[in-house]
Design a protein. Structure first.
Length: 244
């Protein structure tokens, strides 16, 4: 009885071995070699780089320097040795320069506020910005004003008790680093302000200036330097008002 069982068992074992070898052979054929896997990955990266390059070219055509700058940096970072990165690097520095310049212009322009409204029996039009130093609660506002009754004026408007100035005083100022003294006076009405006497010449000089620094003395804070980034001023937005 044992021999027949052995005879039936041996073919079964042999069959299992054959099936196992066939399965292993099929699996070996389906698994790519390391060289093939590396080649496939390289092709996938090349396809992705070319896809992003096409988008980069579109951004250039649309003159969208912001998106082109961001995408170009990403292509160079992700695919540094690719033909796509090589092409991007030919134009990216100029794109980034333009975008940086545009961003700075927008930032400076956003510092200014332009308003028109009624003011003490007349109409007032103002262009103003706050100092970047000091900032926050201690910031001082530079105001260009046109009023139907009072005419044109330029003044600084502070906080608390305002400025120290006896009679006609001089504010030592620098326009883009060049000395530009300003004659000034305090209003008789007691506001925490100080007026620039030569408002017309101040505005003309300011239109050509990116940064103005003024050395003033505050009644509550002693001597300090006020810094105004004036480069974003747009004279077309400061509305004219007729005389009352």
């Amino acid at each position: 009885m044992i021999l027949p069982l052995v005879r039936r068992f041996v073919p079964a074992v042999a069959l299992c071995g054959v099936l196992a070898l066939a399965a292993c052979s099929q699996q070996s054929q389906n698994t790519p070699s390391p060289a093939d896997a590396a080649k496939a990955q390289a092709q996938a990266e090349a396809n992705e780089a070319n896809s992003q390059l096409q988008t980069y070219r579109q951004m250039l055509q649309m003159k969208n320097d912001e998106m082109a700058s961001q995408l170009g940096e990403e292509i160079v970072k992700q695919f540094p040795s690719s033909p796509a990165a090589k092409e991007v690097q030919q134009t990216l520095p100029e794109v980034e320069r333009r975008w940086k310049e545009t961003s700075e212009k927008r930032r400076l322009a956003a510092l200014w506020t332009y308003q028109v409204g009624p003011m003490e029996g007349g109409t007032q039009s103002t262009a103003s910005l706050y100092s970047t130093r000091p900032s926050g609660d201690r910031a001082v506002r530079l105001v260009l004003r046109r009023h139907t009754q009072w005419g044109q004026s330029v003044f600084l408007f502070g906080s608390d008790h305002g400025f120290v100035c006896k009679g006609n005083c001089v504010i030592q100022a620098q326009f883009d680093g060049k000395s530009h003294p300003l004659r000034a006076f305090l209003p008789t009405t007691g506001e925490p302000a100080i007026f620039i006497r030569d408002d017309k010449s101040f505005i003309q000089a300011m239109e050509k200036t990116r940064r103005i620094a003024m050395d003033v003395e505050m009644q509550d804070g002693g001597k300090q330097t006020l810094v105004f980034e004036t480069g974003g001023y747009d004279p077309s937005k400061w509305t004219e008002v007729g005389k009352k």
